[in-house]
Design a protein around this ligand. Structure first.
Ligand SMILES: NC(=O)c1ccc[n+]([C@@H]2O[C@H](COP(=O)([O-])OP(=O)(O)OC[C@H]3O[C@@H](n4cnc5c(N)ncnc54)[C@H](O)[C@@H]3O)[C@@H](O)[C@H]2O)c1
Length: 326
């Protein structure tokens, strides 16, 4: 069994959900985060928190050694597609070099397992349903940096007998039923934007690109709830530890939902002043992509719990409402 787990980026949206499930399962968790896009209020009360840049190899190594860390979950990264196009050097540094440093810090310690949050953005555009063997050809700078990081992890882990789990997330949405954690960053996140707008007096829903070659003209994504993704981390970690196995796994529901379908669902909860704007396409956006999740299902016997659009929209709105009333 794993015991002492270091989570890089544990003060972020996904990190807080992963922390919650690990604490529930009696793990000791240690969070390393520089709070660049994370928040103190998202840090799990049971975690030991270090405010540190993951690039600081010496400090990270001492955290790993002093706390007898056996597993690392690496979530710290920069992840806004448009920002990556504007600042490619920074994205390279924060996603590739940070990963390299973190991996080097693990070598020669008791770290036996390494989980990495990768993304669907590593795949070639236009493939639609992708397996882990599908062609990787990232369109965005963000996707390129994540693919580079994957390669570093695989090489270093193989060389040093560390099990790895590379999780290629599709689009994460929703918030924990606990009501304590959720997405704060605005980024350019569809569900977040729509949740914010839903509660405005004069809401505006933006659809970036409505003339794509898809059934309704908008982009198609495989949305997955944050609580399901958190559970995947826990189960994959336990499995790679038990079986001494390493895997790359797509994490999605294997179900395509268009941006327009999402807008339609949110529309049910807002007022009559709603304006829907068809805005220009965003650079770097994939047209349509969904996960083949057979490998994930097989590997951990996975059954999603929050896989309905209605549940995902409702949970996003519930969290947004709680932020308004804070
Ligand atoms: N949210 C999604 O839909 C999605 C999809 C695919 C992949 N991912 C991946 O999941 C991971 C977590 O994303 P998130 O949505 O929780 O984002 P987030 O911005 O909420 O979390 C990232 C956390 O990492 C921290 N961080 C960033 N750079 C750091 C550094 N150099 N040193 C220390 N801390 C640092 C930030 O302060 C933040 O707390 C990322 O690696 C991202 O690429 C997210």
């Amino acid at each position: 069994m794993t015991k002492n787990i270091l989570i890089s980026g544990g003060a972020g949206y996904i990190g807080s959900h992963v922390s919650e499930i690990l604490v529930k399962n009696k793990k000791n968790i240690f969070i390393a985060d520089n709070l660049s896009t994370g928040y103190k209020r998202l840090i799990n009360k049971k975690a030991k928190f270090y405010r540190v840049n993951i690039n600081n190899k010496e400090k990270i190594k001492s955290i790993i050694i002093n706390n007898n860390i056996d597993s690392v979950i690496h979530l710290a990264a920069s992840l806004i597609i448009g920002e990556g196009e504007k600042y490619p050097k920074f994205y390279y540094k924060n996603n590739v070099l940070v990963t390299q440093n973190l991996m080097s810090a693990c070598v020669g310690t008791k770290v036996k397992n390494f989980i990495f949050s990768s993304t669907a953005a590593v795949y070639k555009d236009g493939l639609y349903k992708v397996t882990e063997k599908s062609i990787t050809r990232p369109k965005s700078v963000y996707g390129k940096t994540k693919l580079k990081a994957e390669k570093i992890i695989i090489k270093k882990c193989k060389k040093n007998n560390i099990n790895y789990g590379i999780l290629r997330y599709f689009n994460i949405v929703g918030s924990s039923p606990s009501g304590r954690i959720g997405l704060i960053n605005k980024g350019d996140h569809l569900f977040k934007n729509l949740s914010i707008q839903t509660y405005k007096k004069n809401p505006v829903f933006k659809i970036y690109g409505a003339n794509y070659n898809t059934a309704d003209g908008s982009c198609v994504r495989d949305f997955i709830h944050a609580s399901d993704i958190a559970e995947i981390h826990f189960k994959v970690l336990e499995k790679i530890n038990r079986s001494n196995n390493s895997k790359i796994l797509n994490c999605g529901y294997s179900k395509g939902i268009s941006v327009k379908q999402v807008v339609k669902e949110f529309k049910k909860y807002t007022n009559k002043n709603l304006r829907i704007i068809e805005a220009p396409r965003r650079q770097g956006d994939l047209i349509k992509i969904i996960a083949s999740n057979n490998n994930l299902k097989k590997f951990i016997n996975w059954r999603p719990k929050f896989n309905s659009l209605k549940k995902m929209v409702k949970s996003s709105l519930k969290w947004e409402k709680s932020l308004i009333h804070k």
